[in-house]
Write a protein that binds this ligand. Structure first.
Ligand code: FAD
Length: 217
């Protein structure tokens, strides 16, 4: 079990909620599909939301070749990638102890540009992270589309996870108050597929769409 703990990824508050083993971090990353990428340009921090895919110890992000975020992050400057899964609301008897159940990951490192055949594989990883099995059902990408896309790889070697779960933790004297308290869990995402208005007639919903679930692993 590899350990991704460093001085920079050690949690200060509630350290017991922190995890630094690769397996825990990978499980959270695999359940999500969008992240926030933080970087500094001319002294100004930017935090930009975007999609990602994980393959082994690599995290891939992609986008337009003209994207500022990808161009800046691709210059091998330090970046910070954060993934957040919100599992539910923690409704305590006071505002102070009200909270959220969540699992989150922070990864620090320097991203590098992916070129050549590895770029196509990385694009497949990103597409399949969002809907597993989708890539193989799609029209193959063209060289122009590949050229117009920048792909970055960040090694997952310095990272942390933080997990909050369970009921509210109120002050002892507050438990007697006539205030409803508890948790409100968010259901897994699984909406019914809505066919495109211009869908070719007679096409069945494929299994990878019909069976789409984002369930807790
Ligand atoms: C949905 C959500 C809501 C939250 N709401 C609040 C809130 O209202 N108020 C509040 O104070 N905190 C909140 N947190 C927790 C917050 O993310 C930080 O953990 C918190 O500010 C304490 O950080 P720290 O001082 O221990 O760590 P810092 O000193 O800020 O960070 C040190 C290192 O700890 C790691 N780390 C810190 N936080 C996280 C994290 N969440 N996930 C993974 N690694 C982490 C990073 O590697 C970081 O480099 C929330 C978290 C989530 C996911």
């Amino acid at each position: 079990m590899s350990d991704l703990l460093s001085d920079r990824t050690r949690l200060d508050r509630y350290p017991a909620r922190g995890k630094h083993d690769f397996e825990t971090i990978a499980a959270i990353l695999d359940e999500g599909f969008f992240c926030h990428v933080g970087f500094v340009q001319n002294g100004q921090p930017y935090v930009i939301p975007t999609g990602y895919g994980r393959d082994g110890q690599s995290l891939y992000i992609h986008g337009s070749a003209s994207s500022r975020m990808l161009n800046r992050a691709g210059q091998e400057i330090p970046i910070c990638v954060t993934v957040t899964l919100v599992d539910g609301l923690v409704l305590a008897r006071s505002a102070f102890h009200s909270s959220v159940n969540y699992r989150s990951v922070v990864i620090l490192g320097n991203a590098e540009k992916v070129e050549g055949p590895a770029k196509l594989q990385a694009l497949k990883v990103i597409v399949d992270q969002i809907v597993p099995g989708r890539w193989d059902s799609l029209r193959p990408v063209t060289q122009r589309e590949v050229d117009e896309t920048t792909v970055l790889k960040l090694d997952i070697v310095e990272a942390s996870a933080k997990i909050r779960s369970g009921p509210p933790v109120d002050d002892e004297e507050d438990y007697a108050l006539p205030i409803w308290a508890g948790t409100l869990d968010f259901a897994p995402l699984s909406a019914a597929p809505k066919a495109d208005a211009r869908l070719r007639a007679g096409l069945p919903v494929p299994d990878h769409v019909r069976q789409y679930r984002r369930v807790r692993k």
